[in-house]
Design a protein around this ligand. Structure first.
Ligand code: SAH
Length: 283
């Protein structure tokens, strides 16, 4: 009788340790200091159920913890991308391409809270301007743009999980000079050397090509440490592109539409306003 009870206890123990080994989640400490794994709780019939409010809400708590950890990792990466230059960002992601997935999982989560996605406005704009326009999508992320239009799109980002994406620092792309009709920056002017990205866009744009920029609204709020949008547009005009229109109607982002002109400029003397990092709040 004792031996049978002992055998069944060992079997149960084995089953429990197996689930905890297979779990991907980290082992956490409970308030009482005991290690708690993410494996599901044992069957209630085989365990003395204590009248604790925690026992029911446990999976929710662990799931929340996991989201908090990955959310924290996303915010850290996001801040890094806004406070380093393109070369540093490229080396960071080249050394650990998994960071791209962590970044984009967090990015997509943040975007769910935006009533409108700027990339959808750009898709709409492209559809109304014709599929024959060749596009360069600087900082394409998951290449949403390329997947939603018929145009030829050169998708560019730091990492290419998708073989159609060109992996490089967008300050130096392999695109031919004067080869594209539209250059797009959708929430991607992140590096401290952002003027280099715009300079590269100007290089690859055909004469009369379009430059479309969607950026986080708070980065252009001078009352809140943001850049003066007029100064930003002036700097781009000096680069040799003229502002056709700007759209401040959206709560979360602003849009600028420029066209390349033939005007030559002294690029070195341009005064670029600093664009403050966009730090996402903890949710
Ligand atoms: N445009 C996409 C993704 C925006 S997130 C969309 O609207 O959905 C910003 C993207 O810019 C990220 O994928 C980031 O990896 C990319 N990025 C930032 N700095 C870059 C650089 N120097 N070179 C290439 N891509 C860059």
């Amino acid at each position: 009788m004792d031996a049978r009870r002992d055998a069944s206890r060992k079997k149960r123990k084995g089953r429990r340790s197996q689930t905890s080994k297979n779990s991907e989640l980290p082992t956490l400490k409970t308030q009482r200091g005991k290690a708690e794994s993410s494996s599901p709780p044992p069957h209630p019939k085989r365990r003395k159920v204590e009248p604790s409010s925690n026992s029911k809400s446990q999976p929710g708590f662990l799931e929340k913890m996991r989201m908090r950890l990955s959310g924290g990792h996303f915010r850290m990466l996001n801040e890094k991308l806004y406070t380093c230059n393109g070369t540093e960002a490229f080396n960071l992601f080249k050394d650990d391409p998994q960071l791209f997935n962590v970044y984009h999982a967090g990015y997509q989560e943040q975007m769910l809270h935006w009533p409108q996605q700027p990339v959808n406005l750009i898709i709409k704009w492209l559809k109304s301007h014709g599929s024959s326009l060749t596009v360069a999508d600087f900082g394409c992320g998951n290449a949403t743009l390329a997947r939603n239009v018929k145009n030829k799109v050169f998708s560019i980002d730091l990492v290419s999980n998708d073989p159609s994406v060109i992996a490089c620092d967008m300050a130096h792309t392999p695109l031919e000079s004067t080869s594209v009709d539209v250059a797009v920056f959708c929430l991607s002017l992140m590096g401290t050397n952002y003027p280099n990205y715009l300079l590269e866009a100007k290089r690859v744009l055909k004469p009369s090509g379009w430059l479309l920029i969607a950026e986080v609204r708070s980065r252009f709020d001078p009352n809140n440490g943001g850049a003066n949008p007029d100064k930003f547009c002036e700097a781009i005009e000096q680069l040799g592109l003229s502002l056709l229109s700007k759209d401040f109607s959206n709560k979360m982002f602003v849009m600028f539409y420029f066209k390349k002109t033939e005007r030559s400029t002294k690029v070195k003397s341009i005064e670029w306003p600093e664009l403050k990092p966009c730090i996402y709040k903890k949710r």
